[in-house]
Design a binder for this molecule. Structure first.
Ligand SMILES: Nc1ncnc2c1ncn2[C@@H]1O[C@H](COP(=O)(O)OP(=O)(O)OP(=O)(O)O)[C@@H](O)[C@H]1O
Length: 352
């Protein structure tokens, strides 16, 4: 059950909005893919083109090998959930979930059974007769998800389904959606701005920029081996520094030398490929990639500013060569103080 997008192009007037995109959705190793990218990069347009709502200017969209060019939206058997749910306001929760089943001529008994099953799946049993205008935002999005899943679609298209909810609810619902999709076994594409939501719900993340897919990989590969500096910055690296790869003769593992010291790059993400000794790389640092560790063990730095966060202090420090980096410290420190800093290898990205 895979969706294959090949050389897809979508244009608005003469402007190319989707440019030569290849994508495989619903593969055995990655049933759920998240599309992550900045505002305006074309995520929603791509989803709409796959759904058949947006005409395509070139390329193909196939499902299980069948070209969908001549298949209208309502015959593609795809479920869609948008940001604001788009529930039918004059009807109850149960009637909304049953909506697609009526159109497909399901019997009354089969419809009632399926609605009960989905209410249970999305955790809303007992709310079948509630008017949808009397639901919380989170409940409404669960009903929208149940309605999309009810006819057993071959693919689910989720276009920012949680972005109208507050952060805490979003985090909780993201975990619930991940579980619901796993139980339903339905392949899905999720459009989101939120890195954490992408990692919680999806098996694979495709990063988009200006109408193109710039990297598709498992979430930890995206965070730790971004394909270029743009992706590194997009996934939270605020400072990029040069690095030189060296091979530890004793362990055979690769390490990277930087102005912040040398750290081992353990694990499968750093094996093989261009990870041999002698290569030049770029190391991406996040605000928590550098830790204060005592002057004797780290690289000398002077504290430039200190912000007290609830669980730690966030510092800006200057190295002897003038490089400015963010660092975290549990104890409070003063501006002007000399400290030792070191890289936490589990929190950096390596590009190249
Ligand atoms: N109907 C339209 N006519 C002309 N241009 C459009 C239309 N819809 C979208 N665009 C443009 O196409 C580009 C991609 O828009 P799209 O909505 O796909 O981006 P997005 O990545 O989903 O953004 P966001 O994250 O802000 O929702 C944008 O430059 C947008 O202005």
């Amino acid at each position: 059950m895979t969706l294959e997008v090949r050389s897809l192009r979508v244009t608005y007037d003469d402007e190319v909005v989707i440019d030569d995109i290849d994508l495989d959705i619903g593969t055995a190793d990655a049933p759920v893919t998240a599309l992550l990218g900045p505002s305006g990069c074309g995520k929603s347009t791509l989803i709409r083109a796959i759904a058949g709502i947006e005409p395509i200017a070139g390329g193909t969209v196939r499902f299980d090998g069948v070209d969908l060019a001549a298949v209208p939206t309502h015959r593609r058997d795809f479920g869609v959930v948008f940001q604001d749910g788009q529930l039918l306001p004059g009807r109850t929760v149960g009637q909304n979930i049953a909506y697609g089943l009526r159109a497909r001529r399901w019997s009354r008994a089969a419809t009632a059974e399926r609605v009960a099953e989905l209410l249970d799946l999305v955790g809303l049993s007992g709310l079948a007769d509630r008017a949808v205008t009397e639901l919380s935002g989170g409940q409404a999005q669960r009903v929208a998800l149940a309605r999309a899943l009810a006819p057993r679609p071959r693919l689910l298209l989720l276009d920012e389904p949680l972005s109208s909810l507050d952060r805490r609810l979003r985090e909780r619902l993201a975990a619930e959606i991940a579980e619901i999709l796993r139980v339903a076994g339905t392949p899905a594409i999720l459009v989101t701005h939120d890195h954490q939501e992408a990692a919680v719900i999806a098996d694979r993340i495709s990063v988009m920029s200006e109408g193109r897919i710039v990297q598709s990989a498992a979430p930890d590969t995206i965070w730790r081996r971004p394909v270029d500096e743009w992706v590194a910055r997009f996934v939270g690296c605020t400072t990029l520094i040069g690095g030189h790869l060296v091979r530890d003769a004793d362990t055979g593992s690769t390490a990277v030398q930087t102005v912040l010291g040398t750290v081992a790059l353990a694990g499968r993400l750093f094996d093989g490929g261009s990870d041999g000794a002698g290569g030049e790389v770029v190391v991406g640092l996040r605000p928590r990639s550098v830790v204060v560790c005592g002057e004797e063990r780290g690289v000398r730095a002077i504290v430039r500013s200190v912000a007290a966060l609830p669980e730690e202090h966030l510092l800006s420090v200057a190295l002897d060569d003038g490089t400015i980096v963010s660092a975290v410290s549990t104890p409070a420190l003063s501006v002007g103080e000399t400290v030792g800093v070191a890289i936490d290898p589990d929190r950096i990205a390596v590009i190249g």
